[in-house]
Design a protein around this ligand. Structure first.
Ligand code: PMV
Length: 355
């Protein structure tokens, strides 16, 4: 009979960046070429859930992973994450022989997303964040949150931000060992309760260029990325933090849209170029630009909605609660086909919740 000594389940929410991380200065330590900032979405809306079990009577150190019920090959980065956390456990066991032996046992990991994984909605961030939390618990490491965040980063860079709620910065840091490249909460989820996110699924098919390979090629070939890193992002990080602290939506929205635009410009400047946006994304950008212009005459605000796009064609709109109903009507009127294909319209509404 098999006796399982340690098992843990954890969940983590998705985060969507407004200042984009794109480029690594160290692949091994997962250190970025620029700082980034994201909003962690409501846990009830988009989340990953992961269970990890240590097989106590196992003979091998096998690690197995199931994603949405299907067994997946373990990638180098997940292997690295598991190896690093097992090493931490082995160090504890070496110091205290009364501890149960968990470091060199088989590890079974099962992860599910409550949203379409195929739609490419930042599932790696939430998935790797809760994997790190669940392994920490199953191996009984009890690490402090910033350390779990640093470990999650080894699995997927953007995952380090999903360990905190609200508005989260990932400071790139300057130390070669990466000890100062950490995520930090800029403002909590209660700081700006009117802020909402609306996700528009432009295509439910998987992105063609994975972020790891894409950003590597960008670092090697794009002169625009070098300009972005040195002359654009440092100033933007300061300005958007100020806008968040002051709950200044106009500034927040302009920086968000400019940063999404520059990220996709950098993708186009990569050689060979990377295209993440499609014709639906372009139409969303035009529609929001026009809508902001028209609304401005009505409400005196420069922007009512901000768009942002990650490594795929799906739009995330940031907007204030009072504007959600009208923007949903607008989107449904202009993209009836996508609404029908992606999900029922009330599902969209469900996602447009404050975080
Ligand atoms: O952490 P990764 O490898 O999934 O890269 C994420 C990159 C973007 O989503 C495009 C930007 C970001 O900061 O989340």
């Amino acid at each position: 009979a098999r006796t399982d000594t340690a098992e843990a389940t954890a969940s983590a929410p998705v985060n969507i960046a407004v200042i984009k991380y794109w480029g690594k200065r160290s692949e091994a330590l997962m250190l970025p070429t620029n700082s980034s900032l994201s909003l962690t979405l409501d846990q009830d809306q988009l989340q990953s859930k992961t269970s990890v079990r240590v097989i106590a009577d196992s003979e091998s150190e096998d690690a197995r992973l199931w994603l949405n019920g299907k067994e997946e090959k373990i990638t180098g980065r997940v292997r690295n994450l598991v190896a690093t956390m097992r090493k931490l456990r082995a160090d504890l066991e070496a110091k205290d022989s009364s501890l149960p032996s968990l470091a060199n046992k088989a590890l079974h990991m099962a992860s599910i997303n409550n949203f379409p994984t195929a739609a490419g909605l930042a599932s790696s961030a939430s998935g790797l964040a809760c994997l790190a939390v669940a392994i920490d618990a199953a191996l009984q490491l009890n690490l402090p949150r910033p350390q779990v965040s640093a470990l999650a980063r080894l699995g997927s860079g953007s995952a380090c931000r999903s360990l905190f709620g609200g508005f989260v910065a990932w400071d790139m840091g300057s130390k070669p060992d990466g000890s100062d490249s950490v995520a930090r909460q800029v403002a909590s989820e209660t700081h700006w309760p009117e802020m909402c996110a609306l996700i528009l699924v432009a295509s439910a098919t998987q992105k063609e260029m994975p972020s790891t390979a894409g950003m590597q090629t960008t670092v090697e070939t794009s002169p625009l990325l070098q300009h972005r890193i040195s002359a654009v992002v440092p100033e933007r990080m300061q300005s958007i933090e100020k806008a968040i602290q002051a709950r200044d939506f106009d500034s927040f929205a302009e920086i968000t849209m400019r940063d999404s635009n520059q990220f996709h410009a950098v993708c186009l400047d990569t050689f060979p170029p990377i295209f993440y946006l499609n014709h639906v994304s372009h139409r969303v950008i035009s529609l929001i630009t026009k809508y902001n212009e028209v609304k401005s005459k009505e409400n005196g605000r420069k922007y009512t909605v901000a768009y942002t796009f990650d490594a795929g064609p799906n739009a995330v709109l940031y907007l204030l609660k009072d504007d959600v109903a009208e923007v949903l009507r607008l989107v449904n009127a202009f993209f009836p086909h996508n609404v029908a294909a992606g999900a029922a319209s009330d599902e969209y509404y469900g996602m447009a919740k404050q975080f």
